[in-house]
Write a protein that binds this ligand. Structure first.
Ligand SMILES: [Cu+2]
Length: 183
C-alpha cells in the first residue's frame, strides 16, 4: 500500500513538474554561408561534454560549438604528442603536452570564438564557438527552437564572414520569427 501510494505520488509530481515547455518560440532564417548559429537566451543554456579529436595532425571536427559551461576533451589518436592551446581573448588555455590516449579536457566559461592551435604542429587549426543559448550548425538556412519570449540576439559565425548578429523581438512564447535578411 505504501509502495503504491509512493508510486502514485511520484507520477503526480512528475505531472506537475513536466508541464509543456514555456520557452518554445522558433527563429528561422537564411545564411550567406554555412555557419554556427545561436540565439542568446541564458535560461536555455545546457552545458555538455564534447570531443575534438586529434588525428593525423588535424582536429576533428575543426569547428565545434558548445554552450557556455561545457567541457571539451581532446583525445589524441596520433602516435606522438600534441600540445594544444588558445591565445584568444576569452577562455585562453594551454593544456600542455599529452601522449596518445584520452588526452586532456578544458572547461569553457565565457561566450566567444577561440582559435585553437598546437605548439608542435603549426598547421593544426580549429575553432571552438562558445555560445549562450540554443544553437545549430547550419548550411543555407536555420531553425533554432526552444527560445524564450523577449528581446533576443541571433548570432552567426564562420571563418570567412566572422560574426554577424541581428536583434529579434520574440513577442509570444510560441512565436515563429522569420529573419528578413540573410545572416
Ligand atoms: Cu599537435
Amino acid at each position: 500500500m505504501i509502495a503504491r501510494f509512493s508510486l502514485l505520488t511520484l507520477v503526480a509530481l512528475f505531472g506537475l513538474l513536466y508541464t509543456a515547455p514555456v520557452s518554445a518560440a522558433t527563429i528561422v532564417g537564411k545564411l550567406v554561408a554555412p555557419s554556427i548559429v545561436w540565439v542568446t537566451d541564458v535560461a536555455a543554456v545546457h552545458p555538455i561534454v564534447a570531443e575534438m579529436r586529434n588525428t593525423g595532425k588535424t582536429f576533428v571536427p575543426d569547428l565545434l560549438a558548445v554552450p557556455v559551461g561545457s567541457t571539451v576533451r581532446f583525445p589524441n589518436e596520433d602516435p606522438f604528442f600534441h600540445s594544444i592551446f588558445s591565445a584568444s581573448e576569452t577562455d585562453a588555455f594551454d593544456i600542455g603536452f599529452y601522449p596518445t590516449g584520452p588526452g586532456k579536457e578544458q572547461l569553457f566559461e565565457h561566450v566567444g570564438v577561440l582559435d585553437v592551435r598546437c605548439h608542435i604542429h603549426a598547421l593544426m587549426r580549429a575553432n571552438i564557438v562558445v555560445v549562450d543559448g540554443p544553437f545549430a550548425s547550419a548550411e543555407a538556412s536555420f531553425s533554432i527552437v526552444d527560445i524564450g519570449a523577449g528581446e533576443r540576439v541571433v548570432h552567426a559565425w564562420n571563418r570567412e564572414q566572422g560574426m554577424r548578429s541581428e536583434n529579434v523581438h520574440v513577442a509570444r512564447p510560441n512565436a515563429t520569427v522569420v529573419l528578413a535578411r540573410a545572416l
